[in-house]
Design a protein around this ligand. Structure first.
Ligand SMILES: Cc1ncc(COP(=O)(O)O)c(C=O)c1O
Length: 439
């Protein structure tokens, strides 16, 4: 059986109707590129799933995994382990809290959110949780309950106690606001109303992606997160930032919390912590809260919590970010991405909006700039037009992830300027092809 047939016959691919799949067979990764078995190279403009922040095959991380595999591949989470302690200490240093933090390791992002749900309920003795529409927090049932889009529905009724609210989205204001300031005032008013109707004394936490990830790279206008922090404090509610996408330099700082100047109480992370080379996630809990678990039992755990191969990869990845100045580099990339994508906007009417921060941008695609009708509808699978665009990009040798009508442009922080420029050119050609096809 050839490999395509074998894959099709035996593997179930996530979030897909299997018969529609026809992807390349990837055999290698080199820097900003994935390479298929024919040797064709694909420029990775979405860092895998906004995760491979160091690019593919970073030698320092590969070496660390090899070294760890030679010495110890598994240790029970109940034992202490050198790399686990060193990585946790590093993450505490990089956290936004002067008091520092403790780290609860998980195998993935969704499990980090599951455990954060347990923790905020334990820490407050309260039950309800608020989360935003247009959000993604993972695919297990608790994280699905938090999620505010169609990847939640297959898990419903998921877990009880989660209430959704609308957060700012200036391009399609849910509050009929005419400018970002008005959007912030109305969004905060809405959040407080939702809280009051739920009884704030029953609410444990508000979960938010500090910059919305796969649902559109929505950068909240200035003042919103500050306002959410004030509201949370007013009612003794904990604030949790889901930094699974925004952490580890994506926004030009260790965490979005620093770039945006608002500190939550807990941070969930995954993806970039190991540049996605080995599965690892976790919850950072600020010290003032974490010390409660000195005497009270932390009722959560995983066989792979703080897995030696994962924490060794994490430690090496974090060192690489710092040694190579990659958090700063994301600031340089921000200028290049804004300029390059804005130039595409000027030429291509399918682009309704360009937005982002750091090395995290989105192109929001529309049928018509005046009506803003999305090029792929909200609750349906990707439209034929967006699928055609992704196919054209693959033919061009460019890999980009799309969710709804959003193209996620989030290259490795190590991408070279010439590679990025080549990516813009390919995006332009693919968009032009689609315009010609539709007309
Ligand atoms: C913001 C956010 N939270 C959580 C998750 C889930 O992480 P994982 O896929 O590691 O379970 C994702 C995955 O894309 C994410 O983008």
């Amino acid at each position: 059986m050839d490999l395509d047939t074998l894959h099709r016959r035996y593997v179930l691919t996530p979030w897909s109707a299997q018969a529609s799949l026809n992807p390349p067979v990837i055999v290698r990764g080199e820097g900003s590129y994935l390479v298929d078995r024919e040797g064709k190279r694909y420029l990775d403009l979405t860092s895998g799933l906004v995760a491979v922040n160091l690019g593919h095959g970073h030698p320092k991380v590969v070496q660390a995994i090899q070294d760890q595999a030679q010495t110890l591949c598994y240790a029970p989470p109940s034992f202490f382990h050198d790399k686990r302690a060193l990585l946790a200490a590093r993450l505490s240093e990089l956290s936004p809290w002067p008091e520092g933090a403790r780290v609860f390791f998980t195998p993935s992002g969704t499990e980090a959110n599951e455990d954060a749900i347990k923790m905020v309920r334990h820490l407050t003795g309260r039950f309800k949780i608020l989360a935003a529409y247009r959000s993604f927090h993972g695919s297990t049932h608790g994280s699905s309950a938090l999620t505010g889009e169609n990847r939640r529905f297959s898990a419903e009724p998921a877990i009880p106690g989660v209430v959704h609210f609308f957060a700012p989205y200036p391009y399609r204001s849910p509050f009929y606001a005419s400018d970002p300031e008005e959007e912030v005032v109305r969004a905060l008013d809405h959040l407080e109303r939702v809280l009051l109707h739920e009884d704030p004394s029953r609410v444990a936490a508000i979960f938010l992606e500090p910059v919305v990830g796969s649902n559109g790279v929505i950068v909240y206008p200035q003042g919103y997160l500050e306002g959410v922090r004030r509201i949370a404090d007013r009612y003794g509610i904990l604030l949790v930032f889901d930094e699974v996408m925004t952490g580890f330099g994506r926004l030009g700082a260790p965490f979005a919390a620093q770039r945006l100047g608002v500190a939550p109480d807990l941070i969930t992370f995954a993806k970039g912590v190991t540049s996605a080379y080995v599965p690892l996630g976790g919850v950072l809990v600020r010290e003032g809260l974490a010390k409660r678990f000195d005497q009270e039992v932390l009722w959560a755990g995983h066989t792979y919590a703080g897995h030696p191969l994962a924490v060794a990869a994490g430690l090496a990845a974090v060192e690489a970010y710092l040694e190579e100045g990659l958090f700063e580099r994301a600031h340089r990339l921000e200028g290049l991405l804004r300029e390059g994508l804005r130039a595409l906007y000027e030429k291509h009417p399918f682009i309704g909006d360009v937005r982002g921060l750091g090395a995290f941008f989105a192109l929001e695609l529309v049928k018509d700039r005046a009506t803003k009708e999305p090029l792929s509808p909200w609750h349906a699978p990707l439209s034929p037009a967006v699928q055609a665009l992704l196919r054209a990009l693959l033919r061009e040798g460019v890999y980009v992830v799309a969710k709804h009508n959003i193209l996620l442009i989030a290259p490795p922080l190590t991408i070279k300027e010439a590679e990025l420029e080549a990516g813009f050119q390919a995006l332009g050609r693919a968009l032009r092809g689609l315009e010609v096809e539709v007309r």
